[in-house]
Design a protein around this ligand. Structure first.
Ligand code: GDP
Ligand code: MG
Length: 223
């Protein structure tokens, strides 16, 4: 019987990407540009959160958005309608962004003229958690209709994020979502995580999130 060689490539891909991510973070720091990697399931409210967040920070910070989708321009068009520069990355089937893809988006922007860049990652709670984008911080959204058990099913995503935004709180009265249980499950994975409860429909809770982010960005720019 012929010997068949098995070569593990996943580790290499991830470690190459991790090294590139560290380099990109250093470039962003030098340019004084903060980058947020926003991750969530499809429909959790990533674009809606950006549409609430951009107007709140527009007076104080120079911003741009990199949108990523398997196909279509719809999200970038929604952002552009607010007057904020937006780039659409079409991943053509890839379910996450890696550093090389993010760099293509950044090449189309003038970093020196930007304080804050948001990446709307591909909608998915699995692959984006594995690939460092080079962002300054990772943020995720869990929306109430998705259920309070998601930290149990997608622990890596909940473990790596600096903040969790629980969106669609306007659905709470219609659902069996147990906020305390969800928080307990998340904190077991990630005791330091910041949790914001918002509704992008009513605007409830958006202030707390935008004030926290503004402070993070201004501390970074001043450092
Ligand atoms: N009721 C309710 N609907 C929301 C809320 N946030 C977003 N949506 C709706 O959820 C759908 C998906 O939102 P979108 O921002 O496109 O999600 P994305 O795929 O994560 O970017 C849209 O129809 C939004 O209007 C919310 O807080 N409450
Ligand atoms: Mg979207």
């Amino acid at each position: 019987m012929t010997d068949i060689k098995l070569i593990e490539v996943k580790e290499d891909i991830l470690s190459d990407n991790d090294a590139a991510a560290e380099k990109l973070r250093a470039v962003l720091k030098k340019e004084k540009t903060f980058m947020v990697n926003l991750m969530a399931s499809p429909g959790a409210g990533k674009t809606s959160l950006l549409l609430q967040t951009l107007p709140a920070l527009k007076q104080d910070l120079r911003m741009a958005v990199i949108e990523a989708d398997i196909d279509s321009m719809v999200d970038a068009e929604k952002i552009a309608a607010t007057g904020i520069e937006s780039i659409q990355l079409r991943t053509g089937g890839f379910c996450h962004l890696d550093v090389s893809m993010v760099k293509k988006g950044l090449a189309a922007l003038d970093l020196a003229a930007l304080d804050l860049i948001f990446i709307e990652n591909v909608g998915n709670l699995v692959c984006p958690a594995e690939f460092d984008t080079g962002a300054t911080i990772d943020i995720m959204i869990l929306s109430v209709p998705e259920g309070d058990d998601k930290p149990l099913k997608y622990p890596l995503m909940f473990s790596k994020c600096r903040a969790l935004i629980v969106n669609k709180t306007d659905y709470l009265s219609l659902s069996d979502f147990n906020m305390d249980l969800m928080e307990e499950r998340v904190r077991k994975l990630n005791p330091e995580i910041e949790i914001f409860k918002v509704s992008c429909k009513t605007g409830e809770g958006i202030d707390g999130w935008t004030l926290w982010l503004k402070k993070k960005v201004t501390d970074y720019l001043g450092a």
